[in-house]
Ligand binder design. Structure first.
Ligand SMILES: NC(=[NH2+])NCCC[C@H](N)C(=O)O
Length: 401
């Protein structure tokens, strides 16, 4: 067992983290479906796994407990019949399959070994893998191509940051905006509802009515949360999250940060992450324009101020004199290239110590010049899904203050 779960900072010593070692779901990507499945290319899967194993080793080497989503999911499905029923129900879509095929498939899946079910729930299933309905007995089977999906794969599970996040002692199951990712939360939901390790853990943002993705949520300081609003998290999502955090006493101030609605800046953590208790690395092109609305809980009321410059609003909310922005000082083209390759998407292991992709040579050099220790990992294949070390990790326990 690791530390008691709970996270109230972006940067305090990381103790336990959830990763997902990419598996067969990446082998489903083809030039025809990769864009819809939110990948910019077709990763070489063996190499992506090697890179990911190395990432996990680096963390373990620093005494951090690494939990893998597939292990937790398999254990959950092994111990809980209710988890099986729920996981299968979320994956088997009767609108696509019709009731006859859907019912037969669901019954089949509920009975297979936990590890096999975990594979189907993550890697999906194609019509030629369909274990039920002989070829000549189902019109649905006959009319689909072999390679069509009976159950869609979830290649973006790799980015565990987005499908759940911890705030204080609670976990929030998010509400993912893109259809290609929406089923991911059915798996994080199962793990946190039924895995013995998490029994008794309470939920944050339980209504999860409107889209909120973990990549948009930054825990600037205890009680102070920044939420990006752009391609993924919506204004309604940010407002609902803020109100729910206030109601549960999990935050007193929420900064809502508008970001461009584009793929390059899909989450707040693609342009800004914390590297120390009072410092962020930020994409230079937005440094002067990033702004924030400040939502504050004052008794029963929610007060909205702003917009004001993000760094000013953040420092005020964090009660520090200045939030240092580490100037990556790059020329526009290099900055744009390294932003695209997740140079700003660092994972803090402790104040002033971050994991970053090695390829972002200039950004990393600037971080080091500013006194930040940069632990470099390879990401040539992992990066094709457009996510860096922060996206690929969900901290479950950090040192609490
Ligand atoms: N927190 C993040 N920046 N996550 C990156 C997610 C990348 C993923 N391919 C997507 O489009 O959703």
């Amino acid at each position: 067992m690791g530390d008691a779960p709970g996270v109230d900072s972006e940067v305090r010593a990381l103790r336990t983290v959830l990763l997902h070692r990419p598996g067969d779901e990446l082998k489903r990507l083809t030039p025809r479906n990769n864009a819809q499945l939110l990948f910019d290319g077709l990763p070489w899967v063996d190499r992506a796994q090697e890179e990911h194993d190395r990432f996990a080793e680096v963390l373990r080497g620093r005494g951090i407990e690494v939990l893998l989503l597939t292990d937790l999911l398999t254990e959950t499905l092994a111990v809980s019949g209710a988890a099986r029923v729920q996981g299968v129900a979320a994956a088997v879509n009767s609108r696509r399959l019709g009731h006859v095929l859907a019912d037969a498939l669901a019954a089949y899946l509920r009975a297979i070994p936990a590890a096999d079910l975990a594979r189907v729930l993550t890697a999906g299933m194609t019509f030629d893998e369909l274990p039920v309905a002989p070829d000549n007995a189902s019109l649905v089977r006959i009319m689909h191509h072999d390679a069509d999906f009976v159950i869609d794969p979830l290649p973006n599970l790799l980015f565990t940051r987005d499908s759940s996040f911890w705030i204080g002692p609670r976990v929030a199951i998010t509400s993912l905006a893109m259809p290609a990712r929406s089923r991911e939360t059915s798996l994080t939901d199962l793990i946190y509802a039924f895995h013995p390790r998490f029994l008794g853990v309470r939920r944050a943002y339980e209504s999860h009515t409107a889209p909120v993705e973990g990549g948009d949520v930054l825990l600037l300081a205890p009680g102070v949360v920044a939420v990006g609003v752009g391609e993924r998290t919506t204004p309604a999502g940010a407002e609902a999250l803020a109100r729910s955090l206030f109601d549960d006493g999990l935050a007193h101030t929420v900064l809502v940060v508008p970001i461009a609605q584009s793929r390059a800046t899909m989450h707040l953590d693609t342009v800004c992450t914390m590297v120390d208790v009072d410092a962020v690395v930020m994409y230079a092109a937005i440094q002067d324009t990033l702004s924030a609305f400040t939502l504050e809980c004052t008794g029963d009321e929610v007060r909205i101020d702003g917009p004001a410059p993000f760094v000013v609003a953040a420092a005020a909310a964090m009660q520090i004199d200045v939030l240092r922005v580490i100037d990556t000082g790059l020329d526009r083209v290099t900055a744009e290239r390294e932003q695209w390759d997740d140079g700003n998407n660092t994972l803090a292991l402790a104040p002033g110590v971050v994991v970053a992709y090695e390829r972002n040579v200039e950004t990393n050099g600037r971080l080091e010049a500013a006194g930040i220790e940069v632990v470099r990992i390879a990401g040539s294949e992992l990066g094709s899904g457009r996510g860096g070390p922060r996206c690929m990790s969900c901290p479950i326990a950090r040192e609490r203050i």
